[in-house]
Ligand binder design. Sequence first.
Ligand SMILES: Nc1ncnc2c1ncn2[C@@H]1O[C@H](COP(=O)(O)OP(=O)(O)O)[C@@H](O)[C@H]1O
Ligand SMILES: [Mg+2]
Length: 408
Amino acid sequence: MVVRVAFLAPHYPAEMPRFVRALAEQGAEVIGVSDVPVAQLGDAARYLSRYVKTDSSLSDEARAHAELLPVLRALAPDQIEAQWEPIVLLAAGLRDALGLGGMSRDTVLGFRDKQLMKERLAAAGVRVPKSARATPGDELRDAVERIGLPVVVKPIAGAGTTDTFLVRDRAELERVVASVAHVPALIVEEFIAGEELTYDTVCVDGTPVFDSVAQYFPKPLESRTQEWISPGQIVFRDPHAQPELAPGIALGRQVLAALGMQTGFTHMEWFRTARGEAVFGEIASRAPGAKLVDQMNWANDFDVFRGWAQAFLDGSFREVAHRRFHVACVFKRALGRGRITQIVGLHQLRAALGPHIAEEALLPIGTPRRDWRNTLLSDGWIAVRHPDLATCRRMMQTIVDDLKLYAE
Ligand SMILES: Nc1ncnc2c1ncn2[C@@H]1O[C@H](COP(=O)(O)OP(=O)(O)O)[C@@H](O)[C@H]1O
Ligand SMILES: [Mg+2]
């Protein structure tokens, strides 16, 4: 029997057409649902049996839910899916309302509301940063007082490090109080010093059938607030072969169980303290963005989109993770404003790293720069892979140091 899947936002972010394609190739009938004209669906369109365009924005959960409920009731999908953070609750609420299986809205809320997430985890004995919910203004000041400086202030339901601030002293607090006045609900967290890593999985009924660990260089809070940084990240070849990653994997599994994960992608972030302890950061019930899924594919010489689709449709992940390469990706930001005018060091880089380059996607000369604050992809990227970690790290550093983009 053909499984009919309603997939929300099949065109955005950039990886979505590949999720849709994998579902279609595994035999599903995919109905696309989004708020853009059909012409904007791009590549996704060819894998859809039909397209439902909403009048309401998909990020307006209440309105989109009301508009979509009768439409989807008539189309009778077997599943409703979303892989984009701002709409995972909309998908879950529609599943609930139509009595479909899959994760409930309440379960998904535990992956979306950063305070509820921590309360559920703390109740299950997981080490989480001290935290408190707050509205902007005096409630925020009080929460900071209770938690104690230094703290991180961020939206309760954020993504991409938007409106996220480190507060070290009172002067900084007052600046941040002004900067977050427009954010309706905030969380204040104890600042955790350490390195920042991920624990990413595809799960079937709560059990990881594939998992992967990546590390950010530097932490997103730093790379997202300082323009001169070229953010890098490494997906490790085999997380189970590196003992220093074991506390993060154990933490991740505890978190998945405590939050009631069922089937699908997850993306968790954790901190490794100087003592090697793993402290929970956050978790989402969707795939990570910013090239991490591609890096998993290059690390394993497999197709995790296909494996995910198999897991989603019939509960069996049949792709084999070969665990062959460490994969580094560096996002480059041009120096200057305007259009890219010059790329320096690329020929030398190609000569030095040639066979190890998995993807080169720098913005061509003449293209306008992307707004570095609003994109994780900066002005393009280069990904490299190598079986040896030290070599992979050196290659990453070469791309950071020796490749320069200029704009004017
Ligand atoms: N408690 C914390 N201690 C230290 N750094 C933090 C803390 N919370 C967030 N950060 C930093 O801010 C970034 C964004 O916060 P996160 O909770 O991951 O939100 P988002 O959903 O925007 O990714 C993190 O990747 C991390 O670098
Ligand atoms: Mg995050």
